[in-house]
Design a protein around this ligand. Structure first.
Ligand SMILES: C[S@@+](CC[C@H](N)C(=O)[O-])C[C@H]1O[C@@H](n2cnc3c(N)ncnc32)[C@H](O)[C@@H]1O
Length: 244
């Protein structure tokens, strides 16, 4: 049986942190693609109030704090947050870490946040409408929600095969079970029409969509598949809060 996302992440956290090499000096959007240093989607964060949803070990939150922001990292996995506490201490930065579901942001005041960021976490959430509504409440008018998640085209690729192979229909909208190191996760495919509809219904204006090609590198991440040369692995969206 698939664990609840927080339980699955508690079990997989140590292995995820061991396998991943996520930078702490710039925001990370996903495996094998350019970072914020190259993409420049967030602007100057000095003096800004930033919230990261699904922060994991808080590597990007730490980068935001180093850039002069006041940062709150939110994650539903205690194990991931334990790594976040250790990493913040090691990097000697202050990030407020909250053990919470990203759809429960009642601890944040309305219209108080300059940027909400999330990398590679929304695929674990079935109903993004709730998240978008909560984020809309806490953002200042005109401020962005910037998030990355698996590109919907990537979801048709069979990741178990070493060669690029289509494994399922683009029109199959069922949740997917993935197993990493014996831990089962359920992921949800969020396609362009669903994301755009949910964002506009919650009064955002989408002002940027990025589908980065992989960084040429001899040293790929553990999530690398050769199909990433042919199909975008990660989708990034920036959407700004319109009036209440
Ligand atoms: C693939 S990890 C990404 C972590 C980090 N953003 C990174 O790029 O390394 C996904 C994270 O989302 C968190 N997560 C999943 N569902 C969540 C939810 N509903 N609320 C808060 N965090 C959630 C998990 O605990 C996990 O730490």
């Amino acid at each position: 049986m698939t664990d609840a996302p927080s339980a699955a992440w508690d079990r997989f956290s140590a292995e995820y942190q061991r396998r991943s090499a996520i930078p702490v000096d710039t925001a990370y959007y996903g495996p094998d693609i350019p970072t914020e240093r190259q993409l420049r989607l967030l602007g100057d964060l000095k003096g800004k109030r930033v919230v990261e949803l699904g922060c994991g070990a808080a590597q990007s939150s730490i980068a935001f704090a180093k850039a002069g922001a006041t940062v709150i990292g939110v994650d539903s996995s205690a194990a991931q947050l334990s790594y976040a506490h250790q990493l913040c201490a090691k990097e000697e930065v202050r990030v407020e870490l909250r053990h919470a579901d990203m759809a429960e942001l009642a601890f944040l005041r309305a219209d108080s946040v300059d940027l909400v960021f999330s990398a590679n976490a929304f695929q674990f959430v079935e109903d993004l409408n709730r998240v978008f509504r909560q984020v809309h409440r806490v953002l200042k008018v005109g401020s962005p929600l910037v998030f990355s998640l698996p590109h919907p085209a990537w979801s048709i690729i069979d990741e178990e095969r070493p060669d690029p192979t289509i494994g399922r229909s683009y029109f199959d909208r069922d949740p997917e079970r993935v197993v990493w190191d014996g831990v089962e996760f359920t992921t949800y495919r969020h396609d362009f029409s669903g994301l755009y509809g949910a964002l506009t219904r919650s009064s955002y204006r989408v002002d940027l969509i990025a589908e980065p090609s992989p960084v040429p590198s001899a040293q790929h991440s553990w999530q690398w598949r050769d199909a990433m040369e042919l199909v975008p692995r990660t989708l990034i969206i920036r959407a700004r809060k319109e009036g209440n």
